[in-house]
Design a binder for this molecule. Structure first.
Ligand code: S3P
Length: 449
């Protein structure tokens, strides 16, 4: 599946009110995990609502390379026939994870304690990102890695022949690192104990438990301790992937910033490790409400109504909230540009090592469209122009980063002049039908030559 992105330049212009209901594709994090755990399980895993973005399709192809059977059937369901923990075969070719940091890091963990040699690569963005945060702790299991300088891809991983369990405190708030280590711990005798000092998304822990792994999570005021017993057998499951709150953030923030808008976004998880943006928007004065709150597949879920919010105020976003909204800072900056006063975002060093340096990418595009931004290594401040007062008129670079591309398109819908992005193709990695869905709500998006 791909978006209509030829030519790649896309223009967003002042839009009529957004109205209607929008069904958001499946959660990217949960989609990757369902394929990987399905491949590591014995028996069949049935997945409904899988995100069919390029990142996840790359993970599906990788699982086939390791020997799992992965198939999409008519009606949109996916089936994975797993090979069991420790059953990964050595792929015949290089594993290309495209743009996906989650894909490559989780797969590295999943193969690391099986005695196979695997070479990983990705696109220009992924090959620039740090892998040492995963490969350093993996080496404690007995894994050897040979990559480019600064721990970058392409990289070959020599899986451990006689892996030993580890105890490790993750030094950066990263669900990818935590998850890679837990997946590696599956094929190790004894307990792997991972500590995180900032809570990050917990989909791996939840899914491992539902696949039958022996896993214990202990929450303390200043840390979370996760103990995984190795050699537990995983059994294929039915996985229903909920809609992705990180994708839902785009139409929701569009509705908040476009005069007269009123939209409903059903079936969004309010898992506390993912919902920081919604708390932040409400503190800024956004007109958001949660309807039909319920529990589905162990996740708290609600339908979110978002309406135009003319009196948004800049706030200071607490650093301890960063992990629960780490992918939402670019779109928060768009809302902040439409607010009065300053929005201060601190403790966000991790934004500099995402698909792009997101502080730099957003600061450049915001400034070129008339919004002031101050920035430091782990903080930035957006100085709001007020509702509908962003000048626009310029082209933003997207740096192979889907969330930068979508953020600037949303900004263009409420700005005084159009905003162009240089390349809309990265959107396909996480939200393939973004342009179509936004247009159906009333967004003024047009492909340019
Ligand atoms: C993800 C974790 C986060 C997030 C990414 C998805 C995951 O990355 O930014 O989009 O699915 O585990 P980090 O682990 O680097 O924070």
């Amino acid at each position: 599946m791909s978006i209509n992105c030829d030519p790649r330049i896309m223009r967003a212009s002042s839009s009529r009110p957004l109205k209607g209901e929008v069904s958001i594709p499946g959660d990217k994090s949960i989609s990757h995990r369902s394929l990987i755990l399905g491949a590591l399980a014995i028996g069949q895993t049935r997945i409904t609502g899988l995100l069919e973005g390029q990142d996840v399709l790359d993970t599906a192809r990788a699982m086939v390379g390791f020997g799992a059977q992965v198939e999409k059937v008519e009606g949109g369901e996916w089936y994975v026939e797993g090979v069991g923990v420790g059953g990964f075969a050595e792929p015949e070719t290089v594993v290309d994870c495209g743009n996906s940091g989650t894909g490559v890091r989780l797969i590295m963990g999943a193969m690391a304690t099986t005695p196979i040699n695997v070479t990983f690569t990705g696109d220009h963005s992924l090959n620039s990102r740090p892998m040492g945060r995963v490969t350093d702790p993996l080496s404690k299991f007995g894994v050897a890695t040979f990559g480019r300088s600064k721990g970058r891809l392409p990289m070959t991983i020599v899986g451990a022949r006689s892996p030993i369990p580890i105890q490790y405190t993750v030094p950066v708030p990263s669900a990818q690192v935590k998850s890679a280590l837990l997946l590696a711990g599956l094929n190790v005798p004894g307990d792997t104990i991972i500590t995180e000092t900032e809570k990050t998304r917990d989909h791996t822990e939840r899914m491992l438990s539902s696949f039958g792994a022996e896993i214990k999570v202990e929450d303390y005021s200043n840390r979370r301790l996760i103990t995984l017993s190795g050699y537990s057998e995983l059994k294929g499951q039915n996985v229903r992937v909920p809609s992705d709150p990180s994708s839902a953030a785009f139409p929701i923030c569009a509705a908040i910033t476009i005069e007269g808008s009123d939209i409903l976004v059903p079936n969004i998880t309010l898992n506390e490790t993912r919902a920081g943006l919604f708390t932040t928007l409400i503190e800024m004065g956004a007109n958001l409400s949660f309807e039909n709150e319920r529990e589905e597949s162990g996740e708290p879920v609600a339908d979110i109504r978002a309406c135009f919010s003319p009196d948004l105020q800049g706030i200071e976003v607490p650093p301890e909230r960063a992990a629960s909204m780490i992918d939402e800072y670019p779109i928060l900056a768009v809302v902040a540009a439409n607010a009065s006063g300053e929005t201060k975002m601190r403790g966000v060093r991790e934004l500099r090592v995402k698909e792009s340096d997101r502080i730099d990418a957003m600061a450049k595009g915001l400034r070129s469209n008339g919004v002031s931004v101050d920035e430091g290594e782990d903080w930035w401040i957006v100085k709001g122009n007020g509702a509908g007062s962003v000048k626009g008129g310029s082209t933003c670079q997207t740096f192979l980063d889907h969330r930068i591309a979508m953020s600037f398109l949303i900004l263009g819908l409420s700005s005084q002049k159009y905003i162009d992005i240089d390349d809309c193709s990265p959107i396909n990695t996480s939200f393939p039908n973004f342009i179509q869905l936004m247009r159906e709500l009333g967004a003024n998006l047009e492909a340019r030559g």
